[in-house]
Write a protein that binds this ligand. Structure first.
Ligand SMILES: Cc1cc2nc3c(=O)[nH]c(=O)nc-3n(C[C@H](O)[C@H](O)[C@H](O)COP(=O)(O)OP(=O)(O)OC[C@H]3O[C@@H](n4cnc5c(N)ncnc54)[C@H](O)[C@@H]3O)c2cc1C
Length: 446
């Protein structure tokens, strides 16, 4: 725990009287930090308070995961609350004026979901999901093989043992357009952006965070938001917080395609038979990456045996960790050949290795901290980009004591408070066998 000493305390009071005191300091300029800062600054502007939000980023805006995502926005989700959040988020993306004060181009091509049927030739889980989606006005419906081919073209390989579901409201966006939009919204709403400013120390007093030290000096604020994604664990362990976020490697490959065979207006393909997401990419490319691994056993392999001593952001941004090996590219070619008849006739254009930010239960960490009353967390869990407008708005609401967006779903279930010591113990008990190995697959999900 970093307790401030007497001199620092006096310095803090001097800053408060004579220096700049921000309303909120948001640490981490990925899409979640930027969205939070923009939403909050807009709210402050609206109530006419001449108070400032400062977004502190150690590199440049969206330097980490937020420029390496696939830009896929789908709402259907196994977690009902995440689906509601996604549907709110989808509406926000379609017109960002209300939350960011501007609009952004998106490509509305829908998504085809593909999975194997069960032994009775059914897909009950997705039918159940479809019924649930209807209740929140989202279309997620089964289509026949013919319609799937009509939507995608005859290079799509289909199988009678598979079922096909269509989500027309799904869309994709361009990560570089998102990045430029965030810069524009930061400027137009008056957020103060400090890039190349790394937070080194967090200063606390009692149950309050009172300031941060950076390579560009000390900064003070009334509230603090942690949006440092995969860096959270290391940074906040300095003040005694245990934030279980780590990274799971994922490879990405782009193939040069012919627009005559695969149009840019191609639906996203969420292929759960071959465990791969595909989308068309600008420049007539087909883009592919695998989803997060979902079993407790696989998730646990990414954490070390202390959930807070994890591989984090530094590992993510190390160039050596971003290149693909030949066999990884070939592996993707094999996967893709199972879905498209023509991938072997296209050219490998580019690829990279990146990392999903993951928590033990693959859920976000949102809202007020359990220990420090003016600290709030906004962390993703491997698919946060699509939620960033709604997550930013939610944290801004919590700080401003509003309750418009967050009253629509069980916001509290995403709180950091769920990761108590006994949760951690249970997590490890699920995967540690008699010989302390990871062989035993966790039967009971947390
Ligand atoms: C291959 C791939 C595909 C993906 N596809 C999708 C998709 O299709 N849809 C989707 O919704 N999501 C997708 N994601 C996930 C999505 O990219 C992430 O969940 C999201 O970008 C996380 O955003 P963030 O702001 O939390 O983290 P980050 O973007 O990692 O931002 C954290 C920031 O904090 C900064 N920081 C860290 N420490 C400090 C410090 N001490 N001081 C100051 N700044 C600091 C870092 O520099 C960094 O910029 C994908 C991810 C990958 C890897």
């Amino acid at each position: 725990m970093v307790e401030i000493n007497f001199l620092t305390y006096i310095y803090h009071i001097i800053c408060f009287i004579g220096g700049k005191m921000y309303h909120t300091l948001v640490i981490g300029g990925g899409c979640l930090g930027a969205a939070t800062a923009i939403s909050l600054q807009r709210k402050l502007n609206k109530v006419g308070k001449n108070e400032k939000v400062c977004l502190v980023e150690k590199a440049v805006l969206c330097a980490a995961e937020s420029s390496r995502h696939s830009g896929i926005v789908r709402s259907a989700n196994a977690d009902p609350d995440a689906s509601v959040m996604a549907s709110i988020s989808t509406n926000m993306w379609r017109d960002l004026s209300g939350v960011w004060g501007l609009k952004m181009e998106i490509d509305e091509f829908g998504a085809i979901w593909i999975a194997k049927k069960n032994s009775d030739g059914e897909n009950p889980a997705w039918h159940e999901l479809s019924n649930r989606m209807k209740k929140i006005d989202l279309t997620f419906e089964e289509i026949d093989t013919r319609s799937a081919i009509d939507k995608c073209g005859k290079t799509l390989l289909t199988d009678e043992d598979e079922s096909y579901f269509y989500e027309p409201g799904a869309f994709q966006l361009d990560p570089s357009i998102l990045r430029s939009t965030l810069y524009d919204a930061i400027d137009s709403n008056g957020v103060e952006l400090m890039e190349k400013t790394e937070v080194d120390t967090i200063l606390t007093k009692g149950n309050q965070v009172i300031g941060i030290t950076t390579n560009n000096g000390k900064l003070d604020a009334k509230n603090f938001v942690n949006a440092t994604g995969a860096w959270s664990s290391q940074l906040f362990s300095k003040i005694g917080l245990k934030i279980p976020v780590t990274i799971e490697p994922v490879s990405v490959v782009n193939w040069m395609e012919s627009p005559k065979q695969i149009r840019y207006e191609y639906p996203i393909i969420a292929d759960y038979t071959n465990l791969c997401y595909f989308r068309s990419w600008r420049g007539n490319k087909m883009h592919a990456h695998q989803p997060r691994k979902r079993s407790v056993y696989e998730i646990a392999k990414n954490f070390l045996n202390d959930l807070t001593q994890v591989n984090g952001g530094e590992y993510l941004n190390e160039p050596m960790n971003q290149s693909l090996a030949y066999n990884q590219i070939k592996n993707y070619e094999d996967i893709s050949k199972k879905r498209f008849s023509n991938i072997d006739k296209t050219v490998y254009a580019s690829g990279y290795r990146s990392f999903f930010d993951i928590t033990p239960d693959l859920r976000f960490i949102l809202g007020g901290d359990s220990k420090f009353s003016n600290l709030f967390h906004n962390l993703g869990s491997g698919q946060a980009m699509k939620y960033c407008p709604v997550l930013g708005e939610s944290i801004a609401e919590e700080i401003m004591n509003e309750n418009n967006v967050i009253s629509n779903f069980d916001y509290k279930k995403f709180s950091i408070k769920r990761f108590k010591d006994d949760y951690m113990k249970k997590f490890w008990n699920l995967v540690q066998g008699e010989e302390n190995t990871l062989h035993r697959q966790g039967k009971n999900q947390l």
